[in-house]
Design a protein around this ligand. Structure first.
Ligand SMILES: *Cc1c(COP(=O)(O)O)cnc(C)c1O
Length: 401
């Protein structure tokens, strides 16, 4: 997928537009499975919330991936994309018992992350196998420090509540078949991650009928050249060794599961937008594009830095630009960024646009959400049409006023 391919896609389907490279997704998937090839049973459950287009889900299903979901709607999308219910895990936070029970009827693996729901669920459905989400309270504190933090995180059942957890399991007679953690922070230091995994192993010893241990995600991807990223190969080697050691102690080999989103799709995505206007002020040159945080909110929400390149004129002299959107409030993609000289009408490409980009898009300022294209086998496949005016109003009910 080169610049010319992206230009052709934008001219065929319009801008702004999201483009995903199937080959890159497959490459990342294979990279992860090879890193853990010493383990007999490895399950990669792609985290649907990163990018939930049905065609992307179908692609993951075809690769042999499972699916990690956080809402019943994501479960339904997964089933529609062809996933076997047994290959879907449902890891919600703060959802109702009713929704969890409804998902159970779909045959999907449930993961529960609080004691109140665990007790209610176990009392009503003691025979349904349940995975429990543990909060190991481990986070990276600077370089290689290991600090016990995240005590106030809303996710997971605290390891300090294990005695209470065990009482619930015993009283209800429920079957715990998996142990899970997902701290949500980037794995920069593998030692910190391994330390958290030790806590998970200790917890797992309390449960004799486990099928799997799920290490969640947190794989960090590079956002620019030279950026720090999780060394998957090193993690694979070290964690596999610890996992096999644990399994020996446990008495049988369990399935090792992961549920990455960003690692699998972030770098596969490009967001293409057109420059509407170059606005020179006394201090700054703004490049105003035909999009905004309604389509790509991460820079405004998290301060994330997406690399930006001018694909229409990649070889021009570099100048400094502030790239801004058309939303009528502060809407900045980048400030003082070095980009090849931009002319009005040029197309800009934003990198790392696969994960948490389209799925966070909105209609703010009554704009249409963009189209999505999957680039596969050297061809562009439209996998979502750009919205039209009807989409903005079709759920609205006009009353007589
Ligand atoms: C969001 C999420 C993931 C994926 O996280 P990434 O950083 O995108 O890899 C995995 N598991 C759970 C439970 C999540 O909520």
């Amino acid at each position: 997928m080169n610049n010319q391919d992206l230009i052709n896609i934008a001219s065929e389907f319009g801008s702004p537009i999201y483009v995903y490279d199937a080959e890159k997704i497959q490459f990342q998937y294979n990279r992860l499975t090879s890193a853990f090839n010493k383990i007999e049973n490895v399950r990669i459950n792609y985290a649907a919330k990163a990018l939930s287009n049905l065609s992307i889900l179908k692609l993951f299903n075809s690769l042999g991936s499972g699916l990690d979901t956080v809402s019943i709607q994501e479960v339904k999308l997964g089933l529609k994309a062809g996933f076997e219910p047994s290959k879907i895990i449902y890891t919600p936070n703060g959802v109702s018992l009713e929704e969890i029970e409804e998902v159970t009827t779909l045959g999907v693996q449930i993961n529960i992350d609080n004691l109140s729901i665990l007790e209610q669920f176990g009392t009503r459905h003691p025979k349904t196998p349940v995975c429990i989400r543990i909060n190991p309270h481990v986070m990276a504190g600077g370089n290689s420090n290991i600090s016990v933090g995240h005590i106030d995180s809303k996710f997971g059942i605290s390891i300090h509540q294990i005695p209470h957890l065990l009482r619930i399991v015993e009283n209800t007679g429920m079957h715990i078949n998996g142990i899970h953690m997902h701290t949500g922070s980037d794995i920069l230091d593998i030692e910190v991650f391994l330390y958290a995994s030790e806590i998970l192993f200790e917890t797992a010893k309390h449960f004799p009928d486990l099928d799997f241990i799920d290490f969640g995600s947190g794989f960090k991807v590079p956002y620019k050249t030279g950026d720090i990223e999780t060394n998957i190969e090193e993690l694979g080697e070290k964690l596999s060794e610890k996992f096999l050691g644990f399994c020996e102690e446990y008495g049988r080999e369990l399935t090792l599961a992961f549920e990455p989103g960003k690692f699998l799709v972030s770098e596969a995505g490009k967001f293409i937008a057109k420059v509407n206007v170059i606005k020179q002020t006394t201090s700054t040159v703004f490049a105003g594009i035909d999009s905004g945080f309604n389509h790509l909110i991460r820079p405004m929400l998290y301060g994330s830095q997406h690399e930006i390149s001018n694909i229409s004129h990649p070889d021009g002299k570099e100048r400094f630009y502030s790239v801004v959107g058309y939303i009528c409030e502060t809407d900045t993609f980048a400030t003082n960024k070095r980009i090849s000289e931009i002319k009005e009408g040029d197309l800009l490409s934003f990198s790392n646009a696969g994960a948490y980009c389209f799925t966070m898009a909105s209609n703010y300022n009554s704009r249409y959400r963009p189209a999505e294209v999957l680039w596969m086998n050297g061809k562009a496949h439209l996998i979502r049409k750009r919205e039209v005016f009807e989409d903005l109003i079709h759920n609205q009910i006009e009353i007589d006023i």
